[in-house]
Design a protein around this ligand. Structure first.
Ligand SMILES: Cc1ncc(COP(=O)(O)O)c(C=O)c1O
Length: 403
């Protein structure tokens, strides 16, 4: 049978490593899973307690509001005010989504149709590309690689080269998978460009609060006038370790928020209300949580990056996200990212994500997710060291390492 939309999707390469991981574990192997960005930290207790309390009240068992309950939209608005000094009208400029991913994918349906084009950095979080394809539109990629000197200039050039002109530009900083971060001047230039060219900006700000070394990722709304041309998605998945709860937000441009609200009113009845009530606790009463979560990821980042460097595999330390994006070390570059990931799984007992899964420009890289504790990451580094040592022994014996 022909499936008119999903037939355009490429095979999901992450499944290949994931299935190998499952099989190895079934054979009793101890695999350290640094593949998927699935937070291992528990949701803070006050949030869990609030969920349990709200779940006891049968009034919360009914269909909720598709756009999210008023108090949660108010909590988002006050979070924006506290964090960025930005005003978000909880009535017209804020909406609760079933995680940032759902909101973003459905907003593409609202903004794009067959024959339209969108501009998306690549490598990218897969739904950034696929959401445009689901909407029937074409995706034009802008490479975002380790040697990108001026991403804005590349973006502008890609826009000028694309016909029909892209209706939407999607950006996301701190960036998954590359860890690339920007400062406010990037958004100043982007907003000015969007105003001039009448293109709409979506900023996926899923890692708004996962940041290191004193760096504070900017919100696009810190640029005056950004709400005329942009929305921003934020999420509790990483900042409050609530990935399984499925709560995210779309904020900003009132027309786009209303469009998404309209579509969602046909599709869903909102996040389970006790979860929304607990999310209010997360936003209003847990300001100390995201810095604590970030400090855990920062320490893990250091354990991993310093360990890899000592093993002869120097990698860049990102200022944000929960990922380390690593160029495949010299002796293994010829394998490509999928075969190298398989090698890491079988020889180092570490599962990572092959860069090719994030798009063509991801080839030559693998992504480590910082979702295991320090001791497990040290163990992972020891496994990698074995693989690196094997390569240098192989090289001194004149052999090429193979998969
Ligand atoms: C860039 C980016 N956006 C969105 C998400 C998903 O966010 P949510 O759990 O709120 O749907 C992720 C999760 O890995 C992500 O990396």
């Amino acid at each position: 049978m022909e499936f008119r939309r999903i037939d355009r999707l490429p095979p999901y390469v992450f499944n290949i490593v994931n299935e190998m991981k499952i099989e190895a574990r079934q054979h009793g192997e101890d695999i350290i899973d640094l593949g998927m960005g699935n937070p291992d930290l528990p949701t803070p207790q006050p949030i869990v307690d609030k969920l349990a309390e709200a779940a006891q009240n049968s009034r919360n068992h009914r269909y909720s509001a598709s756009r999210g309950i008023t108090k949660l939209r108010l909590a988002l608005s006050s979070w924006y005010e506290r964090r960025y000094g930005v005003e978000i009208d909880p009535e017209r400029e804020a909406l609760v989504s079933i995680g940032a991913k759902e909101g973003l994918a459905h907003l593409m349906w609202v903004l794009l149709r067959s024959g339209d084009a969108a501009l998306v950095p690549e490598p990218s979080y897969p739904i950034h590309q696929f959401s445009c394809l689901f909407a029937g539109a074409e995706v034009n990629s802008v490479p975002l690689t380790h040697d990108t000197a001026d991403f804005f200039a590349d973006l502008k050039q890609a826009y000028e080269r694309t016909w029909p002109r892209p209706r939407v530009i999607l950006v996301s900083f701190p960036h998954n998978p590359t860890g690339h971060c920007v400062d406010l001047d990037f958004f100043e230039r982007l907003v000015r460009f969007a105003q001039e060219r009448e293109v709409f900006i979506i900023h996926d700000f899923a890692y708004a609060e996962i940041c290191f070394d004193g760096y504070k990722p900017p919100s696009i709304f810190q640029v005056p006038g950004a709400k005329d041309v942009a929305v921003e998605f934020v999420s509790l998945s990483k900042s409050h370790s609530m990935a399984g709860w499925r709560v995210g937000f779309c904020a900003g441009n009132a027309e786009a928020v209303a469009g998404l609200q309209r579509l969602k009113s046909y599709l869903d009845y909102g996040v389970f209300q006790p979860i929304q009530i607990a999310a209010i606790t997360a936003l209003n009463d847990c300001d100390e949580v995201p810095p604590l979560v970030s400090s855990v990821y920062q320490r893990r980042r250091d354990v991993l990056c310093d360990g890899l460097a000592r093993a002869g595999w120097p990698v860049h330390k990102p200022r944000g996200t929960m990922f380390v994006w690593a160029s495949i070390p010299e002796p293994y570059q010829h394998l490509g990212s999928l075969e190298f990931s398989k090698l890491l799984l079988t020889e180092a007992k570490v599962a990572v994500s092959p860069g090719i899964g994030f798009g063509q420009s991801g080839e030559g890289f693998v992504r480590f997710a910082l979702v295991a504790n320090d001791a497990r990451i040290r163990q992972a580094v020891r496994g990698v060291r074995r693989v690196m040592d094997a390569a240098s022994k192989g090289a001194s014996a004149g052999a090429q390492p193979t998969a």
